[in-house]
Design a protein around this ligand. Sequence first.
Ligand SMILES: Nc1nc2c(c(=O)[nH]1)N[C@@H](CN(C=O)c1ccc(C(=O)N[C@@H](CCC(=O)O)C(=O)O)cc1)CN2
Ligand SMILES: NCC(=O)N[C@@H]1O[C@H](COP(=O)([O-])[O-])[C@@H](O)[C@H]1O
Length: 224
Amino acid sequence: MPRRIVVLISGSGSNLQALIDALNTPALPDAQITLVFSNRKAAYGLTRAAQAVPEIPTAYLALQPYLKANPGKTREDYDAEVARIVVRENPDLIVLAGWMHILSENFLELVDGRKAVVEADGKETKYNIPVINLHPALPGAFDGAHAIERAYEAFQKGEVAHSGCMVHRVVKDVDAGEPVIVREVPIEKGESIEVFEERLHKVEHQIIVEAAKKILDEVKPQDS
Ligand SMILES: Nc1nc2c(c(=O)[nH]1)N[C@@H](CN(C=O)c1ccc(C(=O)N[C@@H](CCC(=O)O)C(=O)O)cc1)CN2
Ligand SMILES: NCC(=O)N[C@@H]1O[C@H](COP(=O)([O-])[O-])[C@@H](O)[C@H]1O
């Protein structure tokens, strides 16, 4: 039975594409992506999923439309709804690949088993699904959004000699989870941010696959 991956995206999905391309190769054997979930309707990653062979199912739910359609509900309720959609796939791994929404405990507690998911029929299920996130900076360096730009600016000011990227476990505090894979990426003096960013993305495409395989092999070793 292939290991099941759910990928959350918000944008272009080039890291999702790296995972798709690696499926059932030695880089990521015995695995399938069973759902790509986006909080942005225009995310090109949704197109990548639809164009994959075989096609990968997609789902979309954005925070503001959810709040508008559910008066009285909160951001935390949205997070719990995202968790319910995701765990319905019974994944072995959840990957945040350019997912630009900070997830509250309402999401985390439903996927890590601290709280049971209650189905319409009243059935309660507790899950224990690892969640990993790709971040375009080194641990503790530039946590949060716009990390690439901040690292580049810090290099220009002589505050850092290089940057990097990592995949880490997801905890409540943003980008504070245990690193799974960390890779330094040099910044060359005088190069544009675009050149640096292209180099960094190439490394990201490698580490997201490495990290997915590492965690899957921990939780569900491939069929012998
Ligand atoms: N609980 C956690 N949630 C998320 C984590 C995490 O480590 N713990 N990682 C992020 C990914 N990320 C950095 O790696 C990140 C994404 C988004 C933001 C942010 O400020 N988001 C704003 C909205 C920004 C926007 O919509 O453009 C927000 O959520 O209000 C910071 C860091 C994913 N989630
Ligand atoms: N803080 C989270 C964050 O900045 N994530 C970054 O979003 C990009 C997604 O690219 P993609 O949509 O082409 O995969 C990646 O560079 C990833 O590190």
